[in-house]
Ligand binder design. Structure first.
Ligand code: GLU
Length: 517
């Protein structure tokens, strides 16, 4: 049953950098919370000690910050709480390793009720059962048929169990899946789903050797205690839903069970299979929000370092699996908060298109003011040792930005505005430098020398009048001038370029070309 107030959570495990699919899960939770004037909680699920990766929690928080997905409650960048208010909050702490003391009594409750039991199988035994089943062509299921045969508290006297528990800490607590039961579930995206209990494993809820709960127990207990109203998470958790339903029932919380929504997978660009953490490096695009340097020295690229704007990244993620039902593609965070709905989230996987991702960045770049783009461009120019005025940089940016996808493209698209060509494109020379060309360039040089003011309209007028008078062809002249001034076949109109570099530089470039070509 839905509690009155919307409370959602993003509950990542710090087992590595956050995949872009994880960011999308956080985003959808955030949008849902904002839209319903609810609360977005960030809970860190760090009970799996074997898979814990140092630095991953910090990375997750930094990624969310970069995207503007800011939690209302939970663990924050300084490792503390989001705000003073939330540190005093009754739901705190939000890192599961700091909530250890809470879970044991819930595991005990299930044991006492007969819904869970102590199991003493060693990892070697489990491995050999698994192999044996595989040998028969079966999948090993740790279900009621199996638990009747092995060493556990269901088959032992209380004394024997007590003795085994004291002997060492190699035991676990397992959930006792009810026999022959149909579990009927509702998913807000997939509708009604049902599963037979006999196909489910008696999952481990508690590991004595870690002294910690597993994901399943901690997740259910925390969602309940934190009064989570909706669980919005990736499709990979759908197979856990029956167990989670059974746990809610076992605890007697079924009337306060959150509603569930499982988001579709992100697929590789060819649609064949899940977009994995390794795909980025293989296929040449980032799959992580930020660059990640793993403790063992591996480096993976990130959207931020590749030059994406966070707004573009958020926009492209939102449309992976959700659609507004209209043609609109560009959405600010505010627009998304208005338009988002779980009803319009697709069931089938969302294919990632790296071309489209770049397109989004290009749209956001084009919508930036020139003054703002210049702020990002000036450091690039400085790193190249270029001294220029903000006015010139802004003019350049306004001329080239329609050809750029990222600010990092600016230099390649504009270097000739700042540094005269030292050499010339030979293919262009072959094409456009004929016997009569030096004479033509000389003629153009003369009329340009007399052209005042040296701005775009008068340069254009001067050149065209002269071309007409001399009965030349526009293409012939312009291609030759471009070769002289730019050195290669790129850039905006030739008059635009000349006006920006100024008369003196223009004439010097023509002079140098005449000597060199
Ligand atoms: N800790 C789980 C994860 O890493 C959370 C799954 C859930 O949201 O229930 O994705």
């Amino acid at each position: 049953m839905q509690t009155e107030k919307v409370r959602v959570r993003f509950a990542p495990s710090p087992t590595g950098p956050l995949h872009m699919g994880g960011v999308r899960t956080a985003l959808f939770n955030y949008l849902f919370a904002r839209q319903h004037k609810g609360t977005f909680v960030l809970r860190i699920e760090d009970t799996d000690k074997q898979r814990y990766v140092p630095g991953a929690e910090k990375y997750i928080i930094e990624s969310l910050n970069w995207c503007g997905i800011i939690p209302d409650e939970g663990v924050a960048s300084d490792g503390n709480m989001v705000s003073e208010a939330s540190s005093r909050h009754p739901f705190a702490p939000y890192r599961q390793s700091e909530r250890k003391h809470i879970y044991r009594e819930y595991a005990q409750q299930l044991i006492d009720q007969g819904d869970a039991y102590y199991a003493f199988d060693t990892p070697e035994e489990l491995e050999s059962y698994r192999k044996e089943a595989e040998g028969r062509g079966d999948t090993f299921i740790y279900n009621h048929a199996f638990r009747n045969k092995t060493a556990n508290s269901l088959n032992m006297s209380a004394q024997e169990t007590g003795r085994r528990l004291m002997e060492n800490n190699h035991w676990v607590i397992r959930f006792k899946i009810p026999v022959n039961k149909t579990i009927e579930m509702t998913d807000l995206i997939r509708g009604e789903v049902s599963v037979e209990s006999d196909t489910l494993d008696d999952k481990v809820l508690w590991k004595a050797n870690d002294g910690l709960p597993t994901y399943h127990l901690a997740n259910i207990v925390d969602d309940h205690l934190m009064e989570i109203s909706h669980v919005i998470r990736g499709e990979e958790w759908l197979p856990s839903l029956p167990l989670h339903y059974l746990l809610y029932e076992a605890f007697g919380w079924q009337d306060h069970r959150p509603q569930f929504a499982h988001l579709p997978l992100l697929l590789k660009p060819d649609g064949k299979g899940k977009l994995s953490k390794r795909d980025g490096d293989k296929l040449g695009f980032p799959v992580f929000p930020l660059e990640w340097n793993s403790p063992d020295g591996d480096r993976s690229r990130g959207y931020r370092e590749d030059g994406y704007y966070p707004e573009a990244f958020v926009n492209l993620l939102a449309l992976l699996g959700w659609n507004p039902g209209t043609e609109q593609e560009l959405f600010s965070m505010e627009d998304l908060i208005q338009s988002f709905s779980l009803e319009r989230v697709a069931k089938s996987g969302a294919r990632f298109n790296p071309e489209k991702a770049r397109w989004f960045n290009q749209q956001y770049l084009r919508s930036r003011s020139d003054a703002r783009l210049v702020q990002d461009f000036i450091p690039v120019l400085q790193s190249k040792g270029i001294k220029t005025t903000p006015l010139k940089a802004e003019k350049v940016v306004s001329l080239i930005k329609s050809r750029a996808t990222f600010v990092k493209d600016f230099w390649d698209l504009s270097h000739y505005f700042f540094v005269p060509p030292q050499s010339f494109d030979m293919t262009q020379k072959k094409k456009h430098w004929k016997e009569e060309t030096p004479g033509i360039v000389l003629g153009a040089k003369e009329v340009l020398e007399a052209c005042t003011p040296f701005d775009v309209p008068s340069i254009d007028k001067t050149l065209h009048e002269w071309i007409e008078q001399s009965q030349l062809k526009t293409g012939q002249v312009m291609n030759a001038l471009r070769l002289c001034v730019v050195g290669e076949p790129q850039g905006p109109g030739i008059a635009d370029i000349m006006a920006v570099i100024g008369k003196e530089d223009t004439l010097a470039r023509l002079e140098f070309a005449l000597k060199t070509l």
